[in-house]
Design a protein around this ligand. Structure first.
Ligand code: CUA
Length: 161
């Protein structure tokens, strides 16, 4: 057997190699488009906090909305069994809100209905995600991790007027 013959690749196998490389290109494009063109973010842990004291001092001692500039808000949300604080927030349509969410007890979830905000809320960790909402309406935020008896009643509302 010569060197040339040992390098021979079956045409059938060649097609599978082409298909595999093609899929990799498609995946890389999908991730790039989702991240840069569609603004889909990976919820990264923004900071570490001590869940035992996070509600005693700092921004989660008084959770809620802060207006940074016209149309630009940050929202500090505290999750605990079985409620979000605050339960209700109101922003004008067209505003951008950055959420900073943490839990003072067990693991919760935070999903803002009809937006792409959906994040795990882990005690000791701050989850940060931003959204711009143009359409007025009531946007409920609900807990998406089973956290005990009152889980189903754990929700709040973002009002966009
Ligand atoms: Cu909190 Cu389910």
């Amino acid at each position: 057997m010569t060197e040339k013959q040992s390098m021979h690749i079956d045409p059938y196998e060649k097609n599978w190699i082409r298909l595999s490389i093609g899929l990799l290109v498609v995946f890389a494009l999908a991730v790039t488009i989702a991240g840069f063109a569609m603004g889909i973010q990976v919820p990264s842990p923004e900071a570490r906090v001590d869940p035992r004291t996070v509600a005693d001092e700092g921004p989660w001692a008084e959770p809620g909305l802060r207006e940074l500039a016209p149309g630009k808000y940050e929202a500090y949300v505290l999750a605990q069994t079985w409620q979000f604080t605050p339960r209700e927030m109101t922003i004008p349509a067209g505003s951008e809100v950055t959420f900073y969410i943490t839990s003072k007890d067990v693991q919760h979830g935070f999903k803002l209905q009809n937006t792409n905000i959906n994040v795990m809320v882990i005690p000791g960790q701050v989850s940060k995600l931003s959204v711009k909402i143009d359409e007025p309406g009531r946007y409920d935020y609900i807990c998406t991790e089973f956290c005990g008896l009152g889980h189903a009643a754990m929700f709040g509302t973002l009002i966009v007027e």
